[in-house]
Design a protein around this ligand. Structure first.
Ligand code: HEM
Length: 474
């Protein structure tokens, strides 16, 4: 671990400057592009120093597979992210390791299932009822054809799904408490997507002293902690022990059960962090995917029209699309995969740390090595996709027009730490986008040819440029 900290034995990479490391090479332009560019010179496994701590970058499908899938155990540790460190202190699911991580991950997966999220389909009637469209909770719909920015609406819709699982309630779209919550998540995601230096271990011990927007992240975290703690208190006052109706109640029940166990992982602070993980994991990633998806469909109206024709033929317009329909909608399925591939919403995944020594492509990587899995590099790998650099649904279609899966599709990262909400996210993306396309024509404001799909900023996430669109009932 010490050798990894020092970077002595790590794979070669660009020469670092004293103190600044490779900061200057990485800071210019988009971070994901800068790393892809470096891999042309240094290969699929190389070391960069975005500060004093070195990071080994895994680039291309083969390196990602050989590490995260074929050596899943060794690569299953989580890597520290400076801005999160002081908030989470290694607690919750995303930033814990070892027995605590395994216990919390299994518990959360079990609880999500309990509240109706089977791996294949949303089965239980209680869950269906929760998700059911409730007109009372919707804002007045913008008059047909009026341009509007879909960010808030999509954020509200997505977040209400995880709200019903975790808090057991949905919020009205105009609810100020809800809007404030979403703004905190959105603000943090945006800052982390433009100021990646603070995340990737640039002088973590100096963050308190350095000026910059990361102080806003800390303030937002503090507000989120208050919000979540209040929700937990409300649950404590109103719950019926043994009869959980949401994730927080399940967790509180488990805390009761393990009260006498000094080693128990079920503590209130852990509940706060785990709740935060589920929200942060869900809200920004999924709503950004939907928003980016709409922008892409505005640019390529012929693709949207083909999805609508398939939906009309297979589902019709009398009922909303259901998850079971997915297998009969190969083109739609290909488009949704292509959206996720093309945007790579978390282009660098989340950093990992080696749980033991490993060998990768003739390099020795000591235990503790900090690893950046460059997920976007699998999505842009020309050995895996026919047309890697363009938005092209045939990347997921065979010659007969049938859906063709691809192991290099990894927006949720592969391996032991794979996104815990992948199944939920895929369901949401399918249900929201198909429901919108079934009912509305998407119209751009201006000429579709002028729509620029380049992310507004790139760091932890790829954030699309702000845009407005018009919806007209079909
Ligand atoms: C389009 C939507 C989503 C994308 C692209 C996405 C992507 C990811 C990625 C790349 C990771 C990192 C895995 C790794 O460590 O290598 C992750 C982890 C995680 N995600 Fe998601 N995610 C999405 C939606 C969700 C949802 C809906 C939830 C909540 C139910 C969620 C909860 C989590 C959690 C808790 C982890 C940490 C897993 C662990 O460390 O064991 N995510 N996600």
């Amino acid at each position: 671990a010490r050798r990894a900290q020092m970077g002595g034995a790590l794979p070669p990479g660009p020469r670092p400057l004293p103190l600044l490391g490779n900061l200057l090479q990485l800071q210019s332009g988009r971070l994901d592009r800068a790393l892809l560019e470096l891999s042309r010179r240094w290969g699929s496994v190389f070391t960069v120093r975005p500060g004093p701590r070195p990071a080994v970058v895994l680039c291309g499908y083969a390196a990602l597979r050989d590490a995260l899938v074929l050596q899943a155990d060794a690569f299953s540790g989580c890597g520290a992210m400076a801005v999160f460190e002081r908030f989470t202190r290694g607690n919750g699911i995303v930033f814990s390791n070892g027995p605590r991580w395994r216990t919390l991950r299994n518990f959360a997966l079990g609880a999500l299932k309990e509240f109706g999220l089977g791996t294949r389909t949303i089965r239980s009637e209680s869950w269906r009822r929760r998700l059911r469209y409730d007109p009372a909770l919707l804002p007045p719909r913008p008059p047909s054809g009026t341009p509007f920015d879909p960010r808030r609406l999509l954020g509200n819709a997505v977040s209400n799904v995880i709200c019903s699982v975790v808090f057991g309630k949905r919020y009205g779209y105009g609810d100020p408490e809800f809007l404030r919550l979403l703004d905190l998540f959105n603000d943090n995601f945006r800052i982390m997507s433009s100021r990646w230096g603070e995340i990737y271990n640039i002088f973590p011990y100096l963050l308190d002293w350095l000026p910059g927007p990361h102080h806003r992240i800390f303030r937002n975290f503090a507000d989120l902690r208050v919000f979540i703690s209040e929700q937990i208190q409300r649950h404590q006052q109103t719950r019926q022990p043994g009869e959980p109706r949401d994730f927080i109640n399940c967790f509180l029940d488990q805390m009761d059960k393990e009260q006498q166990d000094p080693e128990s992982h079920f503590q209130e602070e852990t509940l706060v962090m785990t709740t935060h993980n589920l929200f942060f994991g869900d809200t920004e990633t999924t709503s950004t995917t939907l928003r980016y998806g709409l922008l892409i469909l505005l640019k390529y109206p012929e693709v949207a029209a083909k999805v609508q024709a398939e939906l009309d033929a297979v589902v019709g317009r009398a009922r909303a699309p259901r998850l079971e329909d997915r297998v009969r909608l190969p083109y739609t399925n290909a488009v949704l995969h292509e959206i996720q591939r093309f945007i790579s919403v978390l282009p660098l995944g989340l950093p990992r740390a080696l749980t033991r020594d490993a060998h990768l492509h003739s390099h020795f990587l000591p235990k503790g090595t900090f690893v950046i899995p460059l997920l976007v590099s699998a999505h842009r790998d020309p050995t895996q996709f026919k047309d890697p650099d363009c938005f092209n649904p045939t990347n997921f279609l065979d010659d007969k027009g049938e859906f063709q899966s691809n192991d290099a599709f990894m927006p949720f990262a592969p391996g032991r730490r794979m996104c815990l909400g992948a199944s939920l996210a895929r369901s949401e993306i399918f249900l929201f986008l198909t429901a919108i396309l079934q009912r509305f024509c998407l119209l751009p404001v201006g000429n579709p040819a002028n729509i620029d799909l380049t992310p507004h900023c790139t760091g932890l996430g790829n954030v699309p440029p702000a845009f407005r669109l018009r919806l007209v009932a079909r």
